[in-house]
Ligand binder design. Structure first.
Ligand code: MG
Ligand code: ZN
Length: 222
């Protein structure tokens, strides 16, 4: 047996057990949750800020921010009005379920309606670590180029919502929307695709509506 494969399998199994613990905790609080993933600079934290502001007065948000170092993003989420916790992974390029479990222990889960876990900016390994959240959301952005679904298929395969951010830049960069979307469709026919500009606010309402549906649906669960 290939030794490297065996080690990866063992790590994944340990992670999956902790993800189930997180899932049970979130279910007990009837808390809708998502794992937000993207490459660095696609606009995850700006999306978090817009989301917190857009749902203010309606839903209370908890945000777990994953970064190698600094608490800059947790500060931005808190300034926008969320309850936030920063995870510093040190060298690790992804969040795992154990880290998220520790962060959940620091949040007032009973007071929250929605939990967003912002993963470390990386299009590779975050896709393979289940965190125990309900939904996987990927933020792509127009300046990254239309070849990303072809080069990072794992990231697009298991995702529930794909946001295509920075559409206000479409006139200025080379990005073939049809090529990008057909690449995604070949990997994942069930994904909800939401073109958006967090800068102008275009497309934000569709996202906020989708989130509202998840909150309602999660509360109705027995
Ligand atoms: Mg960020
Ligand atoms: Zn990693």
């Amino acid at each position: 047996m290939n030794r490297r494969v065996a080690v990866v399998e063992k790590i994944t199994k340990a992670n999956d057990r902790l993800a189930e613990v997180n899932r049970a905790l979130l279910a007990r609080h009837k808390l809708a949750s998502l794992n937000l993933m993207s490459s660095p600079g696609a606009g995850k934290t700006t999306l978090v800020e817009r989301t917190v502001a857009g749902l203010a007065g309606k839903y209370r948000l908890g945000v777990v921010e994953g970064d190698l170092v600094t608490s800059l993003d947790a500060e931005r989420a808190a300034a926008a009005g969320a309850e936030s916790v920063q995870i510093n992974t040190g060298g690790s390029c992804h969040l795992d379920a154990g880290m998220v479990g520790d962060a959940l222990g620091q949040l007032p889960l009973a007071d929250l309606d929605l939990l967003i876990v912002e993963n470390v900016g990386n299009l590779i390994c975050p896709a393979t670590f289940d965190l125990g959240t309900d939904h996987k959301v990927v933020v792509a952005s127009v300046p990254e180029g239309d070849d990303k679904p072809f080069k990072y298929p794992t990231m697009y395969r298991g995702v529930d919502v794909l946001i295509i951010n920075k559409i206000d830049l479409l006139p200025y960069v080379t990005f073939d929307m049809d090529r990008f979307r057909s690449g995604v469709a070949a990997l994942n026919e069930n994904v909800t695709v939401l073109p958006m500009s967090c800068r102008t606010g275009e497309g934000l309402d569709a996202w906020l509506n989708w989130l509202g549906d998840q909150v309602v649906r999660t509360r109705a669960r027995r």
